[in-house]
Design a protein around this ligand. Structure first.
Ligand code: FAD
Ligand code: NAI
Length: 467
């Protein structure tokens, strides 16, 4: 070790990028510290993202099931009541257990938590809560925060116009929640409050929900959320909001321009995307510039242009997902330790945890064609899957896209109650360079939802059994 520095490596930010990287760096024998300005470790994901949202998705799903679906099976729940306080307490407990778990892992692995906001003051040097800390390598893992919408000011204290953090914390079920942005956060948190009894309207700028996903999946999402009772206002933009007591009045107009109208809401969720956290990081003192999307650019090894400074997770280019940040964290730690850490950015699954779930990995059909592939694809409806049929959760399909010449799988897109679990198999098959025939001839347990993936792969070959 180079003793002219306090640490071999310092991570700025303890989200899934920073905390995973810090643990791996310590495991590899590096003297490691991690700066975190929040009260608890775990970043956006554990504190105000993945974990609390999934807790409320689970709780609200139980509530909705008890309201009707369970009766299909003769499970009678004549009086279903919601105790929102208890549901919120369960969410808080899940967050506390997991963030506390990271603190335990830091101690176990001898990672020093430097509490406070870190700012670069020079190469290899940051200031944290008045203390100067030096490290041979410094990794920026500062994550992202909500993109503001001009004219619609978020106030997570008053809880009328909120971002995702406020929407995870409402003290009452909204009468009418208007969600601005039909992306991942809008649909997940919109689903939570719809299930708990709110009227939910989604205002989306584009003509389909879930940008970035396969066109068939996006079309299906529109149908499914509408069927579930969400009001979808597509090709519409919000131009302003005024709050009066418990009412919010939104002004909206067609995305292409036209007549303005108003929508009255009790609550508004702003979910139009997230942007990298680089403010007050002192990047100017190390002459590190961000790109036009505010991201810190990195090479294949996660090095920035500045020697000894690296970047991973939401602050670096690529999908803003926890597992992408985690994998980059492991890779960057290995690279700093002199090993070879690699992330295959072509195969990062994305999942929307609604009911059904929406998941994809690899190329969409449009991307595959744009990349010059001649493709063949196979689709299998969950309606024809015996387990989904038995469970009465038949919404959705599996779509497998393969190269017409080589049969290599280029992308898999799934809408199904268990899509988030099923997509892991597709990701692994693709990592191993699988053809659709490989998947079609792999024995899948019966009766499982996963058989739909096998049948979609068989459909690529033109010969599924059950349709
Ligand atoms: P973050 O998790 O954002 O962590 C960065 C940390 O750095 C923060 O704690 C911040 O306080 C700290 N920090 C920033 N600057 C400084 C500084 N200068 N000094 C000290 N500390 C600093 N992704 C999924 O894959 N699955 C999901 O289900 C999912 N659900 C989500 C739900 C919601 C509501 C939201 C908002 C996000 C969700 N995400 C999900 C996205 C996921 O949370 C992020 O992709 C992930 O947290 C990024 O990890 P990160 O380590 O890059 O940054
Ligand atoms: P998003 O990018 O998923 O969706 C934003 C939506 O808002 C898009 O559909 C966009 O067209 C629309 N939009 C943009 N400006 C608009 C405007 N002015 N008016 C109306 N609509 C507008 O972003 P979101 O939902 O805020 O989530 C941020 C990030 O958090 C995502 O990129 C995702 O990576 C991550 N996340 C991941 C989750 C998961 O993996 N399950 C869950 C929640 C968040």
């Amino acid at each position: 070790p180079d003793t002219s520095y306090d640490y071999d490596v310092l991570f700025i930010g303890s989200g899934p990028g920073g905390y995973v990287a810090a643990i791996r760096a310590a495991q590899l024998g590096l003297k490691t510290a991690c700066a975190e300005s929040r009260e608890t470790l775990g970043g956006t994901c554990l504190n105000v993202g993945c974990i609390p949202s999934k807790a409320l998705l689970h709780g609200s799903e139980l509530f909705e099931e008890a309201h009707g679906h369970m009766a299909l099976w003769g499970v009678k729940t004549p009086k279903v009541e919601l105790d929102l306080g208890v549901m919120m307490a369960e969410k808080t407990k899940a967050v506390g257990d997991l963030t506390g778990g990271i603190e335990f892992l830091f101690k176990k692995n001898k990672v020093d938590w430097k509490k406070g906001h870190a700012t670069f003051t020079g190469p290899n040097t940051v200031e944290i809560a008045g203390e100067t800390v030096t490290a041979k390598d410094i990794v920026i893992a500062t994550g992202s925060s909500v993109t503001p919408l001009p004219g619609v000011e978020v106030d997570n204290e008053k809880l009328r116009i909120v971002d995702s953090t406020g929407a995870l914390n409402l003290s009452e079920v909204p009468e009418h929640l208007v969600v601005i942005g039909g992306g991942v956060i809008g649909l997940e948190l919109g689903s939570v409050w719809r299930r708990l009894g709110a009227k939910v309207t989604v205002v989306e700028y584009l003509d389909q929900l879930l940008p970035g996903m396969d066109a068939d999946v996006r079309k299906e999402a529109g149908k499914i959320f509408k069927k579930q009772g969400m009001v979808l206002r597509m090709k519409t933009k919000v131009t302003g909001a005024t709050v009066k007591g418990k009412k919010v009045t939104l002004t909206v107009e067609p995305a292409a321009g036209g007549d303005t109208e108003t929508i009255e809401a009790s609550h508004v969720l702003v979910a139009i995307g997230r942007r990298p956290n680089t403010a007050k990081l002192g990047l100017e003192s190390i002459a590190l510039e961000t790109n036009d999307r505010g991201q810190v650019e990195v090479d294949h090894d996660f090095r920035t242009k500045v020697d000894g400074v690296w970047a991973i997770g939401d602050v670096a280019p690529g999908p803003m997902l926890a597992h992408k940040a985690e994998d980059e964290g492991i890779a960057v730690a290995e690279n700093i330790a002199g090993q070879t850490g690699i992330v295959n950015h072509a195969i990062i699954p994305g999942v929307v945890y609604t009911m059904p779930e929406f998941a994809g990995v690899g190329l969409t059909e449009a991307e595959a064609k744009d990349a010059g592939h001649t493709i063949k694809s196979g689709k299998f409806p969950m309606m024809a899957n015996s387990r989904a049929k038995t469970n009465r959760d038949t919404d959705g399909f599996v779509k497998v896209i393969a190269d017409a010449e080589t049969d290599r799988v280029l992308g898999v897109h799934i809408v199904a109650s268990l899509a988030g679990t099923m997509i892991a198999q597709a990701a692994q098959a693709m990592e191993f360079g699988a053809t659709s025939e490989d998947i079609a001839y792999t024995c899948h347990a019966h009766p499982t939802h996963s058989e739909a993936l096998k049948e979609a792969a068989m459909a690529v070959q033109g010969k599924p059994i059950h349709i």
